[in-house]
Design a protein around this ligand. Sequence first.
Ligand code: NAD
Length: 362
Amino acid sequence: MLLNLTILPGDGIGPEVTEQAVLVLQAIADAFGHQLQLQRKSIGGAALAAVNDPLPADTIQACLSTSAVLLGAVGSPAFDHYPNHLRPEAGLLRLRRELGAYANLRPAICFPALEDCSPLRADLVRGTDIMIVRELLGGLYFGEPRSITGSAGSRIALNTMTYDEPAIERIARIAFDLAVKRRQKVLSVDKANVLECSRLWREVVIRCAKDYPGVQLAHMYVDSAAMSLVQRPKDFDVVLTENMFGDILSDQAGGVVGSLGLLASASIGGPVGLYEPVHGSAPDIAGKGIANPLGAILSAGLLLRHSFHLEREAACIENAVSAVLNQGSRTADLARAGQNPVSTSEMGRRVVEAVKQSSALA
Ligand code: NAD
């Protein structure tokens, strides 16, 4: 199969972790007889520095002309003072909208080898396997109007949270469809005691649930969900929620399973899927060669599964990651006292080796 991809390394640790994910994809292509065809384009701060646009037209064109997009991360303190539309993050938000990627899937799995990396007790985190389904094109991140007006000292900031019924229904159906293939549980997270958006959300989700009689639906307010996520993470299966709540809860889930650096994501629903680690550009560790590339590598696995329906190849990446963790490989974010951390590139090299070994045995 032709795997034609656009690669957007982005900023900070983005290029470092993306490079490792591409090496793993190449190993998969070699092992399973696929052809990898890549176009590299700029986004975020890198694109701002080059052409003063966080999402240049040729980047969008490239993304729309390939089957899937693999992105590193965007964001840099150098652009913090820029106006909103000229910030690196604006490029990513626009890209998600251009690609029509309304469903953001964020798995949070506790690898058995990493039980001791969680700040929670091993018996609490053991067996955690959560799929956060975050609505990606609505809510506060896209709502209009948005502004900061007035003069210094008395300025007013405004953001708008909006959701319409079709937007809620389409993301709810993604969550129910996933639950059918998992443990048949959907937890819808909202703030229906306070927000109109959440009341509509709950009503539409309940209506959709009638089409999935085998799936058990529960509701929780976001504050309570945040608490339960650390008290009993393994009770969670599919978590369905709106844009901002999903952003926050998925980082929290990363903390629960050991490190944000492990978490992968798939943004689907449009013609071209977008795959990226959940973490940001991590300016505090950028350029040091110590970032954990596993979130990016696992995102490449999601890309194979969701954009190319290559389940065996996706599972091969996930098994390779499990294998290197079982062998004791740890980047600095995962290493405990007495463990020697490996670099970003060494972790990537070990996953490539594990891919080669497991595909040779298959
Ligand atoms: P961050 O995710 O970049 O970093 C949070 C913490 O986690 C940092 O201490 C960082 O060192 C650590 N970390 C993150 N990824 C890691 C990895 N792979 N390996 C090891 N440690 C890792 O979040 P932040 O510091 O809040 O944001 C930094 C920049 O990234 C900001 O400009 C923000 O807007 C941007 N951001 C981008 C995205 C994205 O591109 N999707 C997501 C979140 C934040």
